[in-house]
Design a protein around this ligand. Structure first.
Ligand code: ATP
Ligand code: MG
Length: 255
């Protein structure tokens, strides 16, 4: 019997163009399940574009052309006829700036759970509380669950967004520079949470900060002007990069 994969992402000959401008060029990578993969590379090299393609978020625009395959657990999510909301349910998204919904702290998490499950209010309450605990924010907000989420600090809002992302039980967490807008303590909290959550979810982290990638990544993808220059286990890519361009990036010669 074949081994059951949960949350493995593979791209085959992936190309992504905005109009005539090709951003992602023939990318072939395998993102291992239940590990933390960091996507690194200079600004504008296509990190966000690649990340967004994993939950088909790019197709909101008409001028985007995508070719090749993106296999999630062996299924090509670019196949026509697939239910896009099913794909997105598998992929939690954490963006650079937290965007809590304009509702209470509790409702931010309950909302997604209700859409996907028919459960009574007691079970819903337990599920919401569990997600808030898993996202490391429960102790700070347990007494004000029904206050507006907009009243939380930025770091708390990001952890609330993490709770909201895991509430729908995704397989993968796609994180686009989730700590770059946060103070150092909040950033550290998010990093720690991602390290804990990788036991249950595949975590893909786009980061500008090499130091952060070194602290947390198991696997690294170095992207440069839309091409994957090097990818592999973090210790190999960081300590013994094969490609001169990767070496230059590691030494801060390319920013
Ligand atoms: N909607 C769009 N339409 C046209 N071009 C776009 C669009 N979004 C991004 N681009 C271009 O695609 C390239 C890659 O952008 P992307 O946001 O993926 O880079 P990035 O590596 O995430 O950069 P950063 O580190 O600054 O966030 C850039 O040249 C950008 O200008
Ligand atoms: Mg980006």
């Amino acid at each position: 019997m074949s081994k059951k994969l949960i949350g493995e992402i593979e791209t085959q000959n992936l190309n992504i163009c905005y109009g005539k401008h090709c951003i992602i060029k023939n990318v072939n990578i395998k993102i291992p399940a239940r590990q933390l993969t960091a996507i690194i590379g200079p600004s504008g090299c296509g990190k966000t574009t690649l990340l967004k393609s994993f939950n088909r978020l790019l197709e909101i625009r008409d001028d985007v052309k995508i070719s090749g395959k993106i296999l999630v657990d062996g299924n090509n999510i670019l196949r026509s006829g697939l239910n896009v909301s099913d794909i997105r349910k598998k992929m939690g998204l954490l963006s650079q700036k937290p965007y809590p919904l304009p509702m209470s702290i509790y409702e931010n998490v309950a909302y997604g759970i209700r859409i996907h499950n028919h459960i009574d209010s007691k079970k819903l309450e337990n599920a919401v509380n569990n997600c808030l605990q898993e996202a490391g924010i429960w102790n700070e907000i347990r007494d004000r669950l029904h206050d507006p989420a907009s009243g939380l600090s930025l770091g708390q809002q990001q952890r609330l967004c993490l709770a909201r992302a895991i509430a729908v039980q995704p397989e993968v967490l796609l994180c686009d520079e989730p700590t770059s807008a946060l103070d150092p303590i909040s950033a550290q909290q998010i990093e720690k949470l991602l390290l804990k959550l990788k036991k249950e979810y595949t975590v893909v982290l786009v980061t500008h900060t090499l130091r952060q990638a070194k602290r947390v990544a198991d696997y690294v993808i170095f992207l440069y002007f839309g091409e994957v220059i090097e990818h592999g286990p973090a210790d190999k890519v960081f300590n013994n990069p094969k490609h001169p361009r990767t070496k230059a990036y590691m030494q801060g010669e390319i920013s």
